[in-house]
Design a protein around this ligand. Structure first.
Ligand code: PMP
Length: 356
């Protein structure tokens, strides 16, 4: 071993879902939106002058944060944008979690949270979800260095009401509470954005990757009071001033403007989710109540790992987490009806052959 090898930062990184390079697959493994982005996004991209790429983008990302502020009825200095919500969340962990006390998030949640804690040396505790994968709010009443709640949670899809979020906020007024709302648009429930004026310890993080169909463009954003947004900007300008490229800024603005298109896509996905629930039930699966664009399913008799491998060998990709308590579950993104039909046709045949 060379001496410098001792000086490398060692970390167990997050494992992103597979992005196979082949076209002919049914891809239900990374909760992407199966519909294209809004027409205005396509138009903006086609109309973009490549010569404009000579210039650095606006480091303040003002066009986009102003558009988001208008949409959510906030002031411009209450919005921060970044390269996907992963980027925004990482900056938020760095900005807000500097206490010696552990931050708190559920044992089953977005598996990136512990990675950022390890990377940034943030102590953390993970209160267990109950046997129905629900958060016990009282676990978050104790002293802590900060709280992170994904609502809807991942990978369970379960969404809590705003009163539940408010209860956690009111019990944690001396620390920052991050509500990660990557999937909130599919829940039919209110976003915590409406609580920002009431709680100066609240940061709400959302993304363009799900409801707005732009996972490939990498846009995420945080909303909170101006003091918190300034702290996020101070961290950003201490790492990389130009996080977001000019193309993403222009395309992002168009996606926010066409809210109606986005709402239509969400409705189609929610409808398909309901149809998928019926199909899963008929095939002997049970699942948690989903407020997201995926279902978290387990089969009565067949192990999830076996089903996962069988699907994959047949070019149907879903997500499997080989982790305690959830290793008999599959997370299945809601795709277009024709994709879901392929999934269910395969599952029907497979389960029948295994039961024969
Ligand atoms: N939060 C949660 C709960 C997620 O599931 C994801 C998607 N993997 C993200 C944040 C990050 O999404 P993105 O970086 O694409 O905005």
């Amino acid at each position: 071993m060379k001496p410098w090898e001792n000086n490398i930062r060692k970390i167990k990184p997050y494992t992103p879902g597979e992005q196979p390079g082949v076209k002919d697959i049914v891809k239900l493994n990374t909760n992407e939106n199966p519909f294209p982005p809004a027409p205005g996004v396509m138009k903006a991209l086609k109309g973009m002058d490549p010569d404009s790429l000579r210039r650095y983008p606006d480091p303040s990302i003002r066009l986009l944060t102003a558009e988001l502020a208008r949409f959510y009825k906030l002031e411009e200095d209450m919005v921060f944008a970044g390269v996907g919500s992963d980027d925004v969340l990482a900056m938020a962990f760095l900005a807000f979690f500097n206490s010696d006390k552990p931050i708190l998030f559920p044992d089953i949640s977005y598996s990136f949270y512990p990675v950022w804690c390890d990377l940034f040396h943030i102590p953390y505790e993970t209160p267990p979800l109950d046997e129905n994968f629900k958060i016990n709010r009282k676990d978050y009443y104790k002293e802590n260095g900060g709280v992170v709640i994904a609502n809807p949670n991942a990978p369970t899809g379960i969404c809590e009401d705003l009163s539940f979020i408010e209860d956690i906020l009111s019990h944690n007024k001396d620390c920052i509470v991050i509500i990660d709302e990557a999937y909130i648009d599919f829940s039919g429930k209110d976003s915590a954005v409406g609580l920002i004026h009431k709680y100066d310890n609240l940061i709400v993080v959302q993304t363009f990757s799900k409801a707005r169909s732009m996972a490939g463009m990498r846009i995420g954003y945080a909303m909170g009071n101006p003091v918190l947004i300034k702290a996020l900007n101070d961290v950003k300008y201490s790492i990389n001033s130009y996080t977001m490229n000019s193309t993403a800024i222009i395309a992002g603005v168009e996606a926010v403007r066409d809210a109606e298109y986005c709402r239509n896509a969400i409705e189609k996905i929610i409808k398909e989710r309901a149809r998928s629930e019926e199909q899963f039930k008929q095939l002997g699966f049970t699942f948690t109540e989903s407020g997201s664009n995926f279902l978290f399913v387990t089969h009565r008799t067949l192990p999830a790992s076996e089903i996962f491998n069988a699907l994959r060998e047949n070019n149907i990709y879903v997500r499997y987490f080989n982790a305690p308590r959830i290793d008999n579950y599959l997370r299945v993104s809601i795709g277009k009806p024709e994709d879901m039909d392929k999934l269910f046709a395969f599952l029907k045949e497979y389960i029948e052959s295994r039961n024969a």
